[in-house]
Design a protein around this ligand. Sequence first.
Ligand SMILES: Nc1ncnc2c1ncn2[C@@H]1O[C@H](COP(=O)(O)OP(=O)(O)OP(=O)(O)O)[C@@H](O)[C@H]1O
Ligand SMILES: [Mg+2]
Length: 259
Amino acid sequence: MGTIVLKGVTKTYPSTARDASDVTAVDNVDFAISDCDIVCLVGPSGCGKSTVLNMIAGFEQPTSGQITVGSTAVSGAGPDRMVVFQSPALFGWMTVYENVVFGPKKQGVPRSRYEADAQRFIDAVGLTEFASHYPYQLSGGMRQRVQIARALVNRPEVLLMDEPFGALDFQTRLLMQELLLKVWSEFRPTIMFITHDVDEAIFLGDRVYVMSRRPGRLKEQVDVPFPKPRSMSVLTDPAFIALKERVLQSIKDELGETA
Ligand SMILES: Nc1ncnc2c1ncn2[C@@H]1O[C@H](COP(=O)(O)OP(=O)(O)OP(=O)(O)O)[C@@H](O)[C@H]1O
Ligand SMILES: [Mg+2]
């Protein structure tokens, strides 16, 4: 089960300089994400979004509070939670196929299974013809698709995505959003997706979480009522635009207070 539950989660980073004070990045955050949901996390820069994601991934430990994924308390990284970052962390000397099978191979998954799986996920992200290409031979969008295939091949319950399409051009980004929804409908991982793009958040999310400025608290949860699969035509729906205004205003209020 890919449920994600945070209870009273606070994260304080110790100061790095002698005269600097500790930084509380995230303050007493509670939420519960249901299995198979897509939740998008938005909020001002530096409000603690990546910190929340990194704690769920198990890269960082909360200073206090508890994180549970499924029925297990998170105490470190694990193959049940896969992370996709903005800049693809691919091995440059390995082909697309080799990059995708790297994880399962290391986990000791039998060759017969990881071969079939790799092919399936490479196909799912539309890279069938590129399996023997190297990362330098791919566009930015294609590299992100490899990252998604490489994450999914581990059959994670949870996919954690930190501004994964942030560096892509507008049109590639739209195509990637549609691709992600297609892949989601096939494999149904629970997804936490961080973005600064409010259109992207509402297009992808079943719910949008707005965080306050640092120290980040969960300020608002906005339900997105449009059924999935969604097409780009939803972007111009008056209900979509109303939701967008609400989320933008919520973020803007936080920026205003900082100023
Ligand atoms: N490893 C770390 N050590 C010390 N401080 C950190 C660390 N990671 C993040 N911080 C601090 O915690 C705060 C929140 O950072 P975080 O990266 O979580 O924000 P964010 O919402 O993801 O920002 P952005 O939208 O710019 O990516 C910032 O003040 C940052 O400097
Ligand atoms: Mg971040």
